[in-house]
Design a protein around this ligand. Structure first.
Ligand code: ACG
Length: 571
């Protein structure tokens, strides 16, 4: 029976439509009141409640046989994204850059030639627009490539470029407080790098190849606005802003989240909205929710920011060994003890300086180990857990982000190098997983990588295809696959008012590893029942006739299978 408080028991019985049990001494805190969320406003912006899909261009789909994904490949896959139900696409960097990842621009107005021509990019934007899909670009303003012309001129002391970056004569001593911008490390050499041409040290929060721009310089501020306008004028719907926390640095205690930084983004947002009032800005602030909320800037800053915490809380539910703590240093997220971690996560968003609509929940992105890799168990269980994670994500209010491959429970070969998290998509059981007609995909092309190289891809690919059910084609044919669940959940989000921002959100932890999340709005109700345990559980007390079990593959009679998911909805 229930291990939680009497009021939980009353709630569960009420859910089941049974008569309440005889009064027992209640000994725990009352069940938290269901969270009623902000009412949906008719004039909500296009991005509110949208579902975004993050594409890593180099790994999505290759049409010209060079082993690299390309713009024509993205155009060819738009029907796929439409079938999945995607509203908008986030392209990780696709401007000219020397690295495989592209976060180090050498050009602001040229597309990465590995992905195709500007004309092919424009065709992609138009084709997406024809299907009612928006496209946002990854805009990196905090830094550019060391190989950019500006940096050479700055190192040579040529005006005005000499002050386009942040320079100092000497390497700060240890103990002065300089270190990584996102933690308390005392490591000046992590962010100050020597350049022999100038004989001085330059500031680069992300390593010597990515010098920080001096965004206190009016010419640099103007250049960033010019870059944004160029791409907005091409029909891009907005930007995912990289590393927003670090654009200003005023000293060893001033490397992140400064008031000057929030002011910078207020000014940038005002400019972007002056070019296109519908343009959307979402910031990557990988930090505690209260700090991330500051980037809303009292309504004059960014439109949205990622909720980095919810993904860790969801994975924490599925990986008890890691507990419910966020796994990264910047999120203190300690549990208050009363609320379930997922209820507490929502409360933290609501109690922050930003409205609930500001936060975009997601599971993992291109910087984090893939969901299926973190949940790795024997394949069937991994797929089951990936479905539970998806349902927990989609039960949470807000604009959702899906990382390419997440919808098929794509895993990774190993950890320790970011490339493993960004490997080619698995479309089919054909050679190269249907990603490329080339003999070698880009991850097998040694010239792309500076570190020592061993070709790990063939063994990983073979193992994934041999295991069965790992590709888009296979999963689209299975009604209970991870892919089919993502498609169903995305459709529900569009159809069911309670799954939008305005629906209430109530998490209840029942006995034997059963978790219950209910969303409700004006009588329309969706209930998610998760079996977090490794054995089938009797959930008869949660079943009733008013609601239809619309996702019930794991229900046999009153028993919900191990790691099973049941979704019940009012008609
Ligand atoms: C952005 C892009 C990223 C890109 C860059 C730099 C910045 O998304 O792809 O890397 O061009 C910090 C910043 C982020 C930044 C990442 C890379 N992401 O906040 O803006 O660095 C902790 C902190 C994070 C911090 C991270 C750095 O909480 O704020 O992110 O460290 O590693 C566990 C730990 C946790 C730790 C995470 C991640 O969860 O508990 O404390 O987070 O792991 O480590 C690009 C390329 C990269 C390349 C880089 C130089 O994509 O491959 O390495 O450039």
């Amino acid at each position: 029976m229930l291990k939680t408080s009497l009021s939980c028991l009353m709630l569960a019985l009420a859910l089941s439509g049974c008569k309440p049990a005889p009064q027992q001494a209640s000994h725990d805190s009352a069940v938290p009141a269901a969270t009623t969320l902000s009412p949906a406003t008719a004039d909500a912006p296009w991005w509110q409640d949208a579902v975004f899909y993050q594409i890593w261009p180099r790994s999505f789909y290759d049409t010209n046989g060079d082993g690299h994904g390309d713009f024509n490949g993205m155009t060819a896959k738009l029907p796929y994204l439409q079938e999945l139900g995607i509203d908008a696409i986030w392209l990780t960097p696709m401007f000219e850059a020397p690295s495989y990842h592209g976060y180090d621009f050498t050009e602001f107005y040229q597309v990465e030639t590995d992905y195709g021509s500007m004309a092919e990019f424009e065709t992609f934007i138009q084709a997406a627009d024809d299907k009612g899909m928006k496209v946002i670009l990854d805009l990196v303003i905090n830094h550019i490539s060391r190989e950019h012309e500006w940096f050479r001129l700055s190192a040579e002391g040529v005006a005005p470029y000499r002050d386009y970056f942040v320079w100092r004569k000497d390497l700060p001593a240890k103990g002065e407080g300089w270190g990584y911008a996102w933690d308390q490390s005392d490591k000046p050499e992590a962010v100050w790098h020597f350049d022999a041409r100038r004989g001085e040290y330059y500031y680069a929060a992300f390593g010597a190849t990515q010098p920080d721009l001096n965004l206190q310089h009016p010419d640099v501020v103007a250049e960033m606005k010019k870059m944004a306008k160029f791409w907005l004028d091409k029909g891009v719907a907005g930007f995912r802003l990289d590393a927003v926390r670090f654009v200003m640095e005023t000293g060893p205690e001033g490397q992140a989240d400064l008031p000057e930084t929030i002011d910078y983004w207020r000014d940038f947002n005002a400019y972007v909205k002056s070019v296109n009032p519908e343009a959307y800005l979402v910031g990557e602030a990988w930090v505690d929710i209260p700090v991330a909320a500051e980037y809303w800037g009292n309504g004059e800053g960014l439109d949205q920011g990622f909720d980095f915490e919810v993904g860790y809380k969801i994975l924490g539910q599925l990986l008890p060994t890691t507990g419910n703590e966020a796994q990264f240093g910047t999120i203190s997220g300690t549990q208050s003890g009363e609320l379930h971690p997922l209820q507490e996560n929502l409360q933290r968003r609501q109690q922050s300086a930003a409205p609930l609509a500001f936060f975009s929940p997601f599971l993992t992105n291109h910087d984090q180990e893939r969901v299926a890799y973190q949940l790795a168990a024997e394949p069937k269980i991994t797929q089951q857990k990936a479905k539970l994670a998806a349902a927990m994500l989609f039960s949470s209010p807000g604009t959702k982000y899906i990382y390419y491959g997440e919808e098929i429970g794509l895993t990774q070969a190993d950890t320790g190098h970011d490339v493993y998290k960004r490997a080619p998509m698995l479309w089919s059981t054909q050679t190269q997983g249907g990603f490329t007609p080339a003999t070698l995909s880009w991850v097998e092309q040694a010239e792309l990588f500076t570190q020592q190289f061993e070709n790990w891809w063939p063994a990983f690919l073979q193992q994934q295809l041999a295991q069965g059910g790992s590709t888009v084609a296979e999963q689209q044919a299975q009604p209970d696959s991870v892919w089919s669940l993502y498609q169903w959940l995305i459709a529900q989000k569009k159809q069911r008012p309670e799954l939008k921002l305005a629906g209430s959100y109530q998490v209840t932890e029942l006995a034997n590893g059963i978790l219950h999340i209910e969303r409700e709005l004006n009588g329309s109700k969706t209930r998610f029942v998760f079996n977090l345990s490794d054995s089938a559980q009797d959930i008869s007390m949660l079943l009733n006739t008013e609601q239809t079990a619309n996702w019930a593959f794991d229900l046999q009679g009153n028993m919900l299978a191990a790691y099973g998911l049941l979704i019940l909805q009012t008609p």
